[in-house]
Design a binder for this molecule. Structure first.
Ligand code: NAD
Length: 253
């Protein structure tokens, strides 16, 4: 097993990619803290993991709240004694608004959930990783964090910021045994569409131009295998970078 004895936290673990990552990590021997606002959904995934012989615990977390983030990291330590792998995966879409139509409130909401949470969880985990001289951080960015045509202004900017934070963290702690990488998924079949409220028709029509050349949608399990590679020692020399997993979509740009 590739993650035997490791302790992992996965945010946004009740659904989509976070769920698939949690299930795969547990199968590979990790003890997993499943953090999600949807605690019922997270509990259901824990039940699935435990019934297959794995070890996992659900924690109700709003990643936009500092105290929730801190409780999440503290729970890993109190339940399983340490933290080895932090997967900052929770995220929501905007409504495809271009900059002319974005409100301050929407911008702040998207950044609090998609970006600030990544900084806060990584900051809180860092003393644990520094003390051990070892640690892995994996951030779910997006191809929208590398290109301008996938969603609205706020989502694209929030994911570009995650890419920047990933690179900075990877470099800063490179000599401390800590690795930080991001995954940039293309279109993946999950429940993220339910976070799109009152879609902006103009913005959506612009993104359609880019979406039209997507070869196919991915499955969450196809992202989980990338997250397993990044969490395991097989990626020991991979640090401060972004792995795109999009079936070839953004090779077109
Ligand atoms: P999903 O909606 O299926 O899962 C996201 C999970 O995050 C849900 O369980 C939700 O309850 C949780 N969540 C949302 N807001 C939260 C909050 N404030 N606090 C705690 N949990 C919260 O979506 P997904 O597609 O699996 O999304 C996972 C990540 O992948 C996101 O960061 C998303 O931006 C990114 N992403 C998705 C796609 C795609 O096409 N699906 C593409 C690129 C990147």
């Amino acid at each position: 097993m590739k993650l035997a004895g490791k302790v992992a936290i996965v945010t946004g673990a009740a659904s989509g990619m976070g769920k698939a990552i949690s299930v795969l990590y547990a199968k590979e021997g990790a003890k997993v803290i499943l953090a999600d606002l949807n605690s019922e959904g997270a509990e259901a995934v824990v039940d699935e993991i435990v019934s297959n012989g794995g070890t996992a615990k659900a924690v109700k977390v709003n990643v936009a709240e500092l105290t929730d983030i801190e409780t999440m990291i503290d729970t890993a330590v109190s339940e399983y004694g340490t933290l080895d792998i932090l997967v900052n995966n929770a995220g929501i879409m905007d409504s495809m608004e271009p900059v002319g139509d974005i409100t301050d409130e929407k911008w702040d909401l998207i950044f609090d959930i998609n970006t600030k949470s990544v900084m806060r969880a990584t900051r809180k985990a860092m003393p644990i990783f520094l003390e051990k001289g070892k640690g892995v951080i994996i951030n779910t960015a997006s191809t929208g964090g590398l290109n301008g045509a996938h969603a609205g202004a706020a989502y694209g900017a929030s994911k570009h910021a995650v890419v920047g934070l990933t690179k900075n963290t990877g470099f800063m702690y490179a000599e401390k045994g800590i690795r930080c990488n991001a995954i940039a998924p293309g279109g993946v079949e999950t429940n993220i569409g339910s976070s799109i409220k009152n879609i902006n028709e103009f913005g959506a029509s612009r993104t359609q131009r880019a979406h039209a050349v997507m070869p196919r949608m991915g499955q969450p399990e196809e992202i989980a295998t990338v997250a397993l590679f990044l969490a395991s020692d097989e990626s020991s020399f991979v640090n401060g970078t972004v792995i795109t997993a999009d079936g070839g979509w953004t090779a077109a740009f």
